[in-house]
Ligand binder design. Structure first.
Ligand SMILES: *Cc1c(COP(=O)(O)O)cnc(C)c1O
Length: 476
């Protein structure tokens, strides 16, 4: 399998070459040159693999379709090491839970940091360690986080050989629980840098360091952001696992509703559907930051400025632009790299928007790719959390609540199960749960008292040179 850029660059690369890279050289995102097709017999084999050998085997078989430069036995071992009941809480790894007629929750948030990002990041940690060792190289991951991504990355990379993590976060702006999840890590290869500023300051620092190409090369700076293809690929697996659990035969279909921000999670659903997994509809659920809902309703993609980006009670979906969206647009445009480039590098740079409303390809987006969308507000989240708790005794987090609210509005054919992806556990967003239910959510035993653990964090002004000096000092 070879990979290409969404902006038409002529290079073709293998999986391990793009694993450690961010964007393609032309600024595009990597995608496989084609989507391997799963026919009826292959789907039956995957069904059997999941039921008889478990999630790790399912992951191995799907990943094998996309990775031809890691020996099969090694890839199998990496999957087996990643997807264990010890790390993800259950043997099913992503168990389905029935809510009401035709509506299911797929649990993706029982990993180490209680958010779905662990599903991909845990695999990424093992892939990075494997590939760096094979090359005899090192990598220093520099990132900016306002919560979930940073802690998932740190928990995936902790103790890994050949990898260091330098994670910036806005000082004093994460919840006590989120701070504890990151700052309590005592691993020597994990460095928390609390910046005296807001999240945008952290992102600006990361950009400035990455733009210093000499520094970047000398200190082997890399990232783990959501545009990494390996993360997306790892996420494809749980769409198959959800489908297999919800159906008995391959002639059945299911739909998914996905709480969305950067379009990474649901883009994996798009890939699964393009492979032939019988998915009827993919429903994008946004919060008040409705860039994606606006696009699927109107055909206009309009990036927001920071003044128009709302701080909400589902903060991991508070985005101004959806960094993975270019992958879907590339497919929607019939994989036309020149057109994709014109939209994302010219139109968005100049006008902050593009408009496909008059394009017949956009009119096809729902019919051909199954996409629909909806949005949810703070009031909707409170109502949905309350209602789900009182009717089913189930406490859902604020992001999942956005999903459940939108899913109910898009149920469609009652014979087609609607699976909502649960993207975090409620304990991460205790304040809003308290507001909705009058009590804080239950805390998994292993997180008891983490706020009181000793913290390993360096507080710093929002100064690029200081951050660079810190990295230099800790790369010896
Ligand atoms: C990251 C995240 C999302 C959004 O996922 P995208 O891949 O950015 O669309 C939703 N919910 C939670 C809890 C998250 O951490």
């Amino acid at each position: 399998m070879l990979y290409l850029s969404t902006r038409g660059h002529p290079d073709r690369k293998h999986f391990c070459d793009i694993l450690l890279e961010g964007l393609a050289p032309d600024g595009g995102l990597y995608l496989p040159a084609h989507y391997p097709q799963i026919d009826d017999a292959a789907l039956t084999r995957l069904r059997k693999a999941y039921h008889e050998q478990g999630y790790a085997e399912l992951a191995f078989q799907i990943l094998s379709l996309y990775i031809d430069d890691i020996p099969a036995a090694d890839l199998k071992a990496l999957c087996a090491k990643t997807y264990t009941a010890a790390v993800f809480g259950t043997g099913e790894i992503v168990p389905l839970r029935h809510l009401e007629d035709g509506l299911w929750l797929e649990a993706l948030s029982n990993g180490p940091t209680l958010a779905f990002k662990d599903m991909a990041m845990q695999l990424l940690g093992n892939l990075f360690e494997y590939e760096l060792k094979r090359r005899g190289e090192e990598l220093n991951i520099l990132g900016a986080t306002s919560g979930d991504t940073g802690s998932a990355a740190e928990h995936a990379m902790r103790g890994k050989e050949g990898v260091r993590v330098f994670m910036t976060s806005p000082h004093g702006r994460m919840s006590a629980f989120q701070q504890a999840q990151m700052f309590s890590l005592q691993d020597e290869n994990i460095h928390n840098i609390a910046i005296e500023g807001v999240f945008d300051d952290c992102q600006d620092i990361v950009k400035a360091v990455s733009n210093d190409l000499d520094f970047k090369r000398q200190y082997k700076i890399g990232t783990v952001n959501s545009i990494n293809w390996a993360r997306l690929l790892a996420q494809v697996v749980y769409y198959f696992a959800g489908y297999i659990q919800a159906t008995e035969t391959n002639d059945q279909k299911v739909s998914f509703t996905v709480p969305s921000g950067n379009f990474g999670n649901i883009c994996a659903g798009h890939v699964a559907r393009c492979m032939g997994l019988p998915i009827a509809r993919l429903v994008v659920a946004t919060n008040e930051n409705d860039v994606l809902d606006e696009f699927f309703r109107t055909g206009v993609y309009r990036v927001r400025g920071s003044a128009d980006t709302h701080e909400t009670s589902s903060p991991s979906m508070d985005i101004s632009k959806a960094s993975n969206f270019e992958r879907f647009i590339f497919d929607l445009l019939g994989r036309n790299g020149q057109r994709t480039k014109a939209l994302f590098s010219a139109a968005l740079q100049t006008y902050g928007r593009f408009d496909l409303s008059a394009d017949p390809l956009f009119a096809d987006a729902a019919a051909k790719y199954g996409f629909e969308s909806g949005k949810s507000t703070h009031a909707d989240r409170l109502t949905t959390i309350k209602d789900t708790y009182h009717r089913f005794g189930v406490t859902i987090d604020t992001h999942t609540a956005d999903g459940v609210k939108v899913a109910r509005e898009h149920r469609g054919d009652p014979a087609v199960p609607m699976i909502v992806l649960e993207t975090a556990l409620p304990i991460k967003f205790a304040e809003t749960i308290q507001e909705a239910l009058g009590h804080v959510p239950e805390r998994p035993a292993k997180f008891a008292g983490i706020e009181a653990l000793p913290k390993r964090v360096q507080v710093m002004p929002a100064d690029v040179e200081r951050v660079k000096a810190y990295i230099e000092r800790h790369c010896q």
